[in-house]
Design a protein around this ligand. Structure first.
Ligand code: GLN
Length: 288
């Protein structure tokens, strides 16, 4: 009897290990696997541990309530942030973070600086965080703490709509433009050698599109949903000829170790707004 029990326990443990490796890292998967396969005692322990974690997390994010955070953002990076027809600076980043702040009881003071300027301001402690369609990359994770991701972006290469260029091969030997310090510029740098590209850098996405329109550059590098949005609303006459095979998650960043309560409050707020449909509603303002 004892032996049989031990065997069952072993089998269950093996099943647990298997299901954990097979399921990836989502926490709900892990919890399901534990519920299905562990003994009642172990289950109670798991529940206790996660309840404790939840309390710690709540104690942390509650510290954000009542605070004001200075947040750097981009100028024109529609639909994440841009000036609308009424002259208001709005977009997914602005609406989403404002909704999170409302939900979690803190206030945001926006600083519209541009992307690389926001990152520089973060490093100089002139802003507390950056919310600017910022890609979460391994390199950046060494310097910044990121919130959970709220979007995924691949990088697009776009040329003028009437251009005859249809592929990276056609682009070889051309002048191209990217925005300083972005993952788009990184992708351009990756391709520059292989395709013999001359790379120009500018500070604003809008300037990048002007370069392509005026022929100062043949192609630009931008997050795919951004350039696609601008094309769809008739703001830029470009077409996408290539997208990166990889895409990046997007998050709010603070300097490593700073404002952990803000990151926790962002994540909790994002989870609540995803659950209650607000996140989808905000996206629906920009994407059909
Ligand atoms: N997602 C890109 C990056 O993080 C571009 C961000 C931006 O231009 N606002 O590098």
């Amino acid at each position: 009897m004892k032996r049989a029990k031990r065997l069952i326990a072993l089998l269950l443990a093996a099943a647990l290990v298997f299901s954990l490796t097979a399921c990836g890292s989502s926490s709900s998967d892990t919890t399901d696997a534990a519920d299905d396969t562990t003994s009642a005692a172990a289950e109670t322990e798991t529940t206790d541990a996660s309840a404790e974690e939840e309390t710690d997390e709540a104690a942390l994010y509650e510290q954000a309530a009542g605070n004001t955070y200075v947040i750097g953002t981009d100028t024109t990076f529609a639909p994440f942030e841009f000036e609308n027809d009424e002259g208001e600076h709005t977009g997914i980043d602005i609406e989403l973070f404002e909704a999170i702040a409302d939900e979690m009881g803190f206030t945001i003071e926006w600083q519209i600086l541009g992307f690389s300027a926001s990152v520089a301001a973060l490093e100089a402690n002139q802003v507390d965080g950056v919310m600017a369609g910022m890609s979460i990359t391994d390199e950046r994770k060494e310097k910044y703490d990121f919130s959970d991701s709220y979007y995924d972006c691949a990088i697009a290469v776009a040329v003028a709509e009437d251009s005859e260029i249809e592929s990276l091969d056609d682009l070889a030997g051309s002048k191209v433009v990217a925005k300083t310090g972005t993952t788009g510029s990184q992708y351009a740098e990756e391709l520059a050698e292989e395709y013999d590209l001359e790379l120009l850098y500018v500070e604003e996405s809008s300037v990048m599109y002007q370069y392509v329109a005026s022929g100062q550059a043949v192609a630009c590098f931008e997050d795919y949903p951004i350039v696609q949005y601008e094309i769809a609303r008739g703001n830029v006459s470009c077409k996408v000829i290539n997208t990166s095979e990889y895409s990046y998650p997007t998050g709010m960043a603070v300097l490593s170790g700073n404002y952990p309560e803000l990151v926790a409050a962002f994540n909790e707020g994002l989870a609540r707004l995803t659950e209650d449909g607000t996140y989808d509603e905000i996206l629906a303002h920009y994407f059909e």
